[in-house]
Design a protein around this ligand. Structure first.
Ligand code: ADP
Length: 257
């Protein structure tokens, strides 16, 4: 693997009490910097802006109104980037911010510019930190067209940037035969070569208050990764240094290939 995209979900970045999980961000910064120092090119797709905004304002529940969510994203995004900037700087790693919307990637002209910018950043050894631009993406927060808490965005970024691997970090060890939070007999699926209707049924809905994507959007992401002959690993982001093990081909999480 020469170029990889790492997607980290809200549940891995924010504690149940709403505070930013600084330890996770620190470990993520350390790990991704290590990979860049080994000569790899790394793109980070990070969720969490709305969750961080909620923490800043002390809100326990995600508000329903779009404008409130967008305002929270605006608050949270800059706070989140500040934290990333600080933690990556400790390890001497430069990062940048790329905020994307669906239409940016739909139009060939803007898509081309994003592509060239990304290539330039990677060539310079910078880690682009990508997120959906929730503040302007009016209908993106709506479930009809939403990327799904960045799951599908990360797949689009991975395929468009021709990355060899998408590492998706969540609050769960991988994809199970059914939701393990509800069923004690759920079994971890080690490898999946195809996303079928029955896999999508096994996925159920989002499991947490903060996470919006759930397993379905992760499987949809895996679907487009497989369609492009790329690989994806879904693993637990509690300790982001798990990425080192994934890069060492240790069998963990669910490998989609
Ligand atoms: P993130 O914030 O990391 O994107 P989500 O909460 O959106 O995470 O999605 C992960 C959750 O999906 C799990 O914690 C679990 O509750 C739920 N889930 C539903 N079905 C499954 C399944 N078959 N295997 C694993 N997790 C599942």
């Amino acid at each position: 693997v020469q170029r990889l995209v790492v997607k980290i979900g809200t549940s891995s970045l924010i504690h149940a009490n709403g505070k930013i999980n600084l330890q996770a961000i620190d470990q993520l910064s350390y790990t991704l910097t290590g990979l860049v120092n080994e000569g790899k090119q790394v793109i980070l797709v990070s969720s969490g802006a709305i969750g961080v905004g909620m923490g800043q304002l002390g809100l326990a529940k995600r508000p329903r109104e779009i404008q409130a969510q967008q305002a929270l994203a605006s608050i949270g995004q800059s706070e989140l980037m500040t934290v990333y900037q600080q933690r990556f700087a400790v390890y001497g790693q430069k990062i940048s911010q790329i905020l994307l919307t669906h239409d940016v990637l739909d139009f060939p002209e803007s898509r081309k510019h994003v592509h060239h910018t990304m290539e330039q950043l990677l060539e310079w050894g910078v880690i682009p930190v990508v997120n959906e631009n929730d503040t302007v993406a009016v209908d993106e927060l709506d479930h009809r067209t939403k990327f799904g808490d960045n799951d599908q965005l990360s797949a689009i970024v991975a395929t468009r940037s021709n990355a060899d691997l998408l590492v998706m970090l969540s609050d769960i060890d991988g994809f199970y035969t059914k939701n393990p939070h509800k069923f004690a007999d759920a079994k971890l699926i080690d490898v999946l070569h195809e996303i079928t209707e029955s896999s999508l049924r096994q996925a159920g809905g989002a499991g947490t208050e903060l996470g919006t994507g759930g397993m379905v959007t992760k499987l949809k992401a895996a679907q487009s990764i497989l369609a492009n002959n790329k690989m994806m690993v879904l693993a637990n982001g509690a300790n982001p240094s798990i990425i080192f093990k994934i890069m060492n081909n240790e069998p963990l999480g669910t490998l989609f290939v």
